[in-house]
Design a protein around this ligand. Structure first.
Ligand SMILES: [Zn+2]
Length: 161
């Protein structure tokens, strides 16, 4: 039972966008800016009318999808946000990030003349601890608003930070 619940939680986390509230807000704004209202029944882009409202000129509906030119048409903003993260974000190697951190904060490990980087040592001696450290470090950068995590991959989006 416990394993099952944990498994679902894992899947849920994998299929979600994790980001600070500030970044989520910025992504939503950007998703709005790069998309336009679209009536699926009439298959047309809907421009604002003279009152600034978005209603389909043919069927009168205001229940509209969003269109991103050359990408697609769908309900809501989540798919556009995913698209922005994947296309405008730079994928981050969280292992490399963690190695750099370890080598920066700890002294090299020495055996007489032999000298090893802390990251090398941890990765070789306790790979599980190394992997957990990678994830914890990346997750704390997500909380700090320096990275976003989408479907288990980490990205840095310079112009949104
Ligand atoms: Zn319509």
């Amino acid at each position: 039972m416990w394993v099952r619940a944990a498994h679902f939680k894992y899947l849920e986390e994998l299929l979600m966008l994790e980001a600070s509230d500030k970044i989520k807000e910025a992504l939503k704004e950007r998703a709005h800016d790069i998309s336009r209202p679209f009536c699926y029944s009439d298959y047309i882009t809907v421009e604002a009318d003279k009152d600034g409202d978005y209603r389909c000129p043919r069927c009168g509906s205001d229940d509209l999808m969003r269109e991103v030119e050359g990408v697609g048409v769908e309900w809501g903003y989540d798919w556009i946000i995913d698209h922005i993260v994947e296309t405008e974000g730079e994928k981050v190697d969280i292992e490399e990030l963690y190695r750099d951190l370890l080598d920066e904060i700890y002294e090299p490990i020495k055996f007489g003349e032999l000298e090893y980087c802390p990251s090398q040592v941890l990765e070789a001696v306790d790979e599980t601890a190394f992997r957990m450290g990678c994830n914890d470090n990346a997750d704390s950068l997500v909380e700090d608003g320096q990275l976003v995590c989408l479907n288990g991959n980490y990205f840095r989006i310079e112009h949104l930070l």
